[in-house]
Design a protein around this ligand. Sequence first.
Ligand code: 3HC
Length: 693
Amino acid sequence: MTAINSVTDLTIEGDVAVITLNSPPVNALSANVREGLFEGFKAAIAEPAAKAIVLICEGRTFIAGADITEFGGASKGPGLNEVQDMMEGSPKPVVAAIHGTALGGGLEVALCAHYRVAVPSAKCGLPEVNLGLLPGAGGTQRLPRIVGAQRAMEMMTSGQHVPAKECLAMGLVDELAEEGKLRDAAIAYARKLVAENKPLVKVRDNDTKVAADRGKPEIFADFRKANARKFRGFLAPEYNIRCIEAAVNLPFDEGMAVERKLFMELMTGSQSAAQRYSFFAERTAAKIPGIADDVPLIPVKKVGVIGAGTMGGGIAMNFANAGIPVVIVEQKQEPLDRGLATIRKNYERTASRGGLTAAQVEERCALITGSLSMEDSFKDVDLVIEAVFERMDIKKDIFAKLDAICKPGAILATNTSGLNIDEIASVTKRPEAVIGLHFFSPANVMKLLEIVRADHTSDSVIATSMKLAKQIGKIAVLVGVCPGFVGNRILGARQREAQKLVMEGAMPWDIDRVLYDFGFPMGPFAMSDLAGLDIGWVKEKSNGESIRDVLCEADRRGQKTGAGYYDYDENRNAKPSAFTEKVINDFIVKSGANPRKISDEEILERCIFPMINEGLKILEEGKAIRASDIDVVWQNGYGWPVYRGGPMFYGDLVGPEKVLAKMKEFQATMGDQFKPAALLEKVVAEGKKFGQL
Ligand code: 3HC
């Protein structure tokens, strides 16, 4: 064995040269890796005994892509294209041996081998789109030459990781190897190629698939139309499609030039910067300073949930999906039966769309049982999550009971979306076991989990909750106790401003349009109509003192009653409402204010800048660990457009000076609700960025 460099070895196994790459954690194509590959292939090609070359990786995966941490820096060492040219131009057959994931630049390297062998558990994909990019190392030109334009568009605009068996079926992989025996299988495959004198297949020369798609622009037009909603606002999906069009319509080298140009445009733009930032922000959120790596974790083998409503049911499904048994406790049989029936219906709906098999539906339903007694059911659970009505007295009563029933060491969690968890914990004799696990509705779908650390929550309970979140497929962010925690507290800042704008002359549909165009799935008023205007509204207490009171009294309670802020047709299409407009105007007249025309720019700044300011107050108070955690919350729980990073990242794009100047301007004309956070003043004074916090 010869060491090529610190991450690459070359071994000559009889007549096959094996290049082994070992650059943890994911063999990303750093300068060092590119150098190792370049020198490794050069040496293998020059080695007289070797008649074929195998490229294989150590560790958890084949090459998982370019090294994202290098983006934006000065390029060092051989370029990826030089490595690829060397491989593709090799006079000896090159076989890529794939395990784990061959992603992005990793798959693009494999596409420059003449053949590909993979274990069944391996997956291949071009996920650059999720970083706001397109494959920039020939992937846009080579993939369609193997799988055709349609499949290439599907893969490249979704970033999906395609299982090896499927890759074999579409010709992306040439042979499957037995699990755990990849190295031997790849060497044997290489020998067979030599023995049978197989051709050196260069994917770039393969014209059949793209030729078949030529002269059929409808393939692209239909795909764009079918996905228009999904791609709204994003640049990268469209740019990926344009490259595939180039692959179909232009010779290889000209297609490569299109790829290069569009790649550079994306790479230097703010969307990709936001999406790359988000990739690392999500992973950073999992790291909790001050908690040791070896803190003991609590094994969670059985979970209890209190409340069989929409929230409780959704929470229970998360655990069943991960194979963990759950018992749901309700006070009465009827709501319990209803809750369990809803869970079954949800699973059956997924199955009807092909997401689950009938057997999986039964397996998951069998993991969720119902009970009317906490005493009987919670003695042996390792974690209980309370998801009942948001009232402090009810929660305290429940936690006192849990304290008496649950075994020592069990985690006692509340799903409260804003109540004081220290107060809840105070009724137990084990406040160290109490934590907030704030799921977002629908809890079986939404990715975000706010994990709320109370004063006495132990490190072990926090670390276990973070790990469990990953196990059930959530993106967890650790936050502190404050009204609304991080997400709802910042939402509150936006809602207050939206309501005020209405009283100054902006109509709900004006505000919704501005936020929709910014990239949110819907604005605050459309959202209220969807959720129901009568959430938290009590008819008996209603006295017509707010716009909401009047709308609810007129039975305009949102989409479910066919009208709310908007009018709805039978297909639930929203139309601005003359009724609502009159209600609003009456309130404005009553208040003595003079309605004015409010620009889209002002609407946006008035809605967004107070959110940034609130985020800074949260950081000042230590209720979030870092600015990027706030962005992770807003992207994954509140539909903040992915390509704009999050409120704090967006604040940096706009510039902290501008945010401060505007807040001061608003404060001078509209009052102290716009008072800049001390941290905002400090960041600007020190010439810093929010992202450094
Ligand atoms: N570059 C740099 N670091 C990377 C990386 C990459 N491409 N991919 C993963 N990492 C790092 C992560 O940041 C993480 O670091 P940490 O431990 O310090 O937090 C570590 O590797 C492990 O990653 P995960 O926690 O995500 O590990 P998983 O096992 O859950 O997932 C994975 C592994 C599926 C490979 C996942 O990391 C992933 O999806 N990576 C990104 C793949 C990707 O997008 N590739 C395309 C890159 S762009 C490109 O190739 C451009 C080209 O076309 C020119």
